[in-house]
Design a protein around this ligand. Sequence first.
Ligand code: ADP
Ligand code: MG
Length: 286
Amino acid sequence: ATPTALMVGTGRSARMGILIKNGEVLEAVNDVKTVVFDKTGTITVGKPQVTDVIGDADKVLQLAASLEQSSEHPLATAIIKKAKQSGVPMSPAQHFQAIEGKGVRANIDGESAFVGNDKLLADVTVSDALKSKMIALQQQAKTVVFVGQGTQIVGLIAIQDAPKSTSKEAISALKSQGLKTVMLTGDNSAVSKAIADQVGIDEVVANVLPADKANQVKNFQQSGKVAFVGDGINDAPALSTADVGIAMGSGTDIAIESGGIVLVKNDLRDVYKALELSKKTFNRIK
Ligand code: ADP
Ligand code: MG
């Protein structure tokens, strides 16, 4: 009867848009203690928008968009979109360099230029006035990037990626089952905490480089089985490392391949449903 129950269980869930790809996850679900989420595109919509430009707006946007032309980062997409809307022309960039978890460098008009977070500002000093602007924007859950040329900061750009409308409910359902909820992100801690507060996440691990996401999952595995929910290329190792890897259907192919469960409807509330269904299926075939 075992294979039949498995097929019935997974057939029902498939009709609900929850694909359970293997039996291993069914075995792990009963012991899951922690659900770890990626931030961008999983808890948030993943389509960041520019909300504020500090400094000479046209100049700041022109430099930033010129730098971001070769970047595939969602922040780059937001900056280029805003520059186009503002009718700002872009200059050609030479020696483009993407620096993981920090930003982008390139030569614009023959001078070295940058856009990215404060970790990118090795020999650039930031005025106290700009620092307090940055902090105020971060407290509004906005990601702030510095735009500069040579050793001068030209301005700041604030970018907002709002939580999905269902994230709060999704998290609260998991917490009601006694599960601990965690958010992992490469973004800085002020922004991440502000978003975590909006959706009720218990714990935040910020400033995580993509390569370290899987190690973070291992850390949480010390206190029980872990489910990881993500969508990006950089989430694939964490999805494989977790006892239950849950990929968003809208995610990249590699994320979907790495997940034991796929949420076809991209509804974060289906994390709770997926865990409950898997438990029922497993307890029936046990
Ligand atoms: P996540 O996708 O979890 O937000 P990333 O590692 O992709 O994390 O990015 C972390 C941070 O690095 C961003 O919040 C931003 O500050 C900076 N950053 C990365 N890439 C870029 C880019 N192309 N332009 C500007 N900032 C960037
Ligand atoms: Mg993501």
